[in-house]
Design a protein around this ligand. Sequence first.
Ligand code: HPA
Length: 259
Amino acid sequence: MRSDDFTISGIVQDFYPRVGLVLGSGLGGFTQRVEVAARVPYRDLALPQSGVPGHDGEMVLGTVGGTRVAILSGRVHLYEGRGAREATAGVRLLGQLGVRQLILTNAAGTLNDSFRPGEWMMLTDHLNLTGESPLTGGPQFVDLSEVYSLALRARFLAGAAAQGLRLHAGVYAGLRGPQYETPAEIRMLRALGADAGGMSTVLEAIQARALGMEVAAFSCLTNWAAGMAGPLSHQEVVEVGAEAAGALADLLEDGLRAR
Ligand code: HPA
């Protein structure tokens, strides 16, 4: 741990979660699937708190399908003026608690004509376009050949097929925000091979890989990206996320039970 980092409070120290989850905009409802052992506000963990509606900041410890989980409900973003280290403090805390597998969720705009708003995309890879890294200052040269675990992807794809859930797979562009993109930027991102775009996840995934965690990540496709349909609104993003959240919750619950 570095000196700019945050400390573990005694409340969570003895729980030993196996799986960590980070819930994005409007997706906090998954905590209702948890047999809760403790709820700890971020302020008691000295984790940074988001001011964005739909991102309440608490860690939920408990079990899902018999698996011990630690859920970070709410995250901070670069666009709030936070640094890459702050945006990934929660992931390092999960690492200190012993988490070996991390599931990240986010809301994203879809850039792929065949991936519709309201549907889910599992990340196969990402473009980190934030200009930031949580690893600045070390460790250096971490291998990112397989950020999103092939084994976990295979497991979740099989689970989605069994549940009849339409789960796309594609590349996520991690952007800095806070503004949504221009149509020209979206055309650029499509040309670069992105299927979805959002303002989170990539730094957390990089941090998790540096800690040796296996990572899976899911984008709730909340809207067509700029220039592909009408204007964008944060309210729509949160509402579509809340509506689609149940389908992913089923998949995650099932995946956690299989362990
Ligand atoms: N762009 C960037 N971030 C987002 C979007 C989008 O269209 N939708 C939800 N988060």
